[in-house]
Ligand binder design. Structure first.
Ligand SMILES: Nc1ncnc2c1ncn2[C@@H]1O[C@H](COP(=O)(O)OP(=O)(O)OP(=O)(O)O)[C@@H](O)[C@H]1O
Length: 412
């Protein structure tokens, strides 16, 4: 057992990781606190937010009387999660995905490549001693506090890293975590706002919290359009009504819009919503109601799915189909669906009911009961309810016209 006593706890300077470190100490582990810097930025006053967080993490270690380390993955984060690769179209970084008109999730990618890869190896290589591990596969379960559940963001993490990770807060509510902090002299971490992505890693065992990420941390309070246009060339195009093809206005780049979002069209007071994007012309198609049928789809296809515990689940291999649930945004209600497995490891996802605002680049994250099975990136979308409806109407008039030009159909 002694080989399992050292835990590296990733300390963000926030309340959750501070309490995780405290609970691990109480459980008798030898704990080392590590602060990670992934993004170098100054706020409008020239202050680096990470420095203040680092100071807070250091203070937690002093209060708990545990060693403190600091690591920087600014370069790795830039290269593996953020930057624009101009050579070769295959980059799947944040900026490359936006440039392709997709909606990336940098928090999922950061967990996969930085926190549970770079940081995980740092913890194992530098802070650990040789250890015995049970090589049983582990499952990833949702947290007791569904509001704080992190499984969505952990759905691409490797089995190897998860096997060496512990989630000391998985059973606790946020309120309780705050109470523990207040009772244990950790007042300085209590007032902080939650903004960043998630993680807490370790060595010999990684201490990790099943607590959530509240959005893209590096953008902070800045305006999204302004932020992206610092890195991507503007690509002006038109806003076009999907109902009658009227040009309603212009925009600075189709990559600035995600399906489902409200488009601010200058001069128009009524709300319009993004329903489709035309990559070749750079136009953004919009519809006039928040629940317009052009926003609803029940079919998508992912890239090769990353399965956490079973590669892929035995029932899916056996039957080629499996009922489960999925979500494509953190905290949205789970949607019942049927998966169809393709030979290349990709899946078709058929939702029992059409869902609003599916977009390319998002991750479809799969669940069976409390268990998070893994996820795949959405690379194709089926036709919208509006397209299907229009097709049906056309077929009524001219039966020889096909209702679905996309050719998208799962073939079990
Ligand atoms: N800069 C960082 N350095 C080390 N660990 C980090 C860092 N940022 C996040 N983490 C780890 O990821 C976990 C989840 O991070 P997230 O930003 O979602 O904040 P949180 O869930 O509110 O947690 P906390 O209250 O500890 O900040 C944190 O609890 C911490 O363990």
């Amino acid at each position: 057992m002694s080989a399992l006593r050292h835990v590296v706890c990733a300390l963000s300077g926030g309340v959750d990781s501070a309490v995780a470190a405290l609970l691990l100490r109480r459980r008798g582990y030898q704990v080392t606190g590590v602060f990670m810097k992934n993004w170098d930025s100054l706020d409008e006053h020239g202050v680096c937010a990470a420095d203040k967080d680092c100071e807070d993490a250091y203070k937690v270690c002093r209060i708990l009387d545990i060693p403190f380390h600091q690591v920087s993955y600014v370069k790795e984060y830039w290269n593996e999660v953020f930057r624009l690769f101009t050579q070769g179209a295959n980059g799947v970084t944040f900026l490359n995905e936006y440039e392709k008109g997709r909606t990336p999730n940098p928090d999922i990618i950061c967990n996969k490549h930085i926190k549970f890869s770079c940081f995980y190896h740092y913890a194992v290589d530098n802070l650990g001693k040789e250890s015995e591990f049970l090589h049983l596969p582990v499952k990833l379960l949702q947290a007791a506090d569904s509001f704080k559940d992190q499984t969505f963001f952990l759905s691409q993490v490797s089995q190897d890293a998860l096997r060496r990770t512990i989630f000391p807060l998985g059973e606790l509510t946020k309120e309780f975590v705050k109470k523990i902090a207040a009772e244990n002299r950790l007042h300085h971490v209590l007032q902080k706002k939650e903004v960043g992505p998630s993680l807490a890693s370790a060595h010999i065992m990684l201490a990790f919290l099943l607590f959530q990420s509240m959005g893209i941390c590096f953008i902070g309070k800045r305006n999204f359009e302004h932020f992206i246009l610092q890195y991507l060339q503007p690509r002006p195009g038109k806003f076009i009504s999907i109902e009658d093809n009227t040009v309603l206005g212009t925009h600075k780049g189709w990559f600035l819009y995600t399906l489902g979002q409200r488009a601010k069209i200058s001069g128009l007071r009524e709300p319009w919503y993004v329903v489709e994007k035309d990559g070749t012309k750079g136009d953004v198609l919009v519809a006039p109601q928040v629940d317009h049928p052009a926003l609803y789809r029940d079919l998508l296809r992912t890239n090769r799915v990353h399965w956490i515990a079973e590669e892929p689940p035995a029932a899916l291999v056996r039957d080629k189909m499996m009922e489960c649930h999925f979500r494509f945004r953190h905290q949205m209600a789970l949607v019942p669906c049927v998966l169809t497995l393709n030979q290349d490891g990709t899946v078709w996802v058929t939702a029992v009911k059409a869902v609003r605002g599916l977009a390319l680049g998002q991750f479809a994250v799969f669940y069976k009961g409390d268990e998070c099975l893994g996820s795949g990136k959405i690379l194709r979308l089926g036709p919208s309810a509006y397209t299907l409806q229009k097709g049906k109407n056309r077929t009524k008039v001219a039966p020889e016209v096909s209702s679905d030009s996309s050719g998208l159909h799962p073939t079990p």
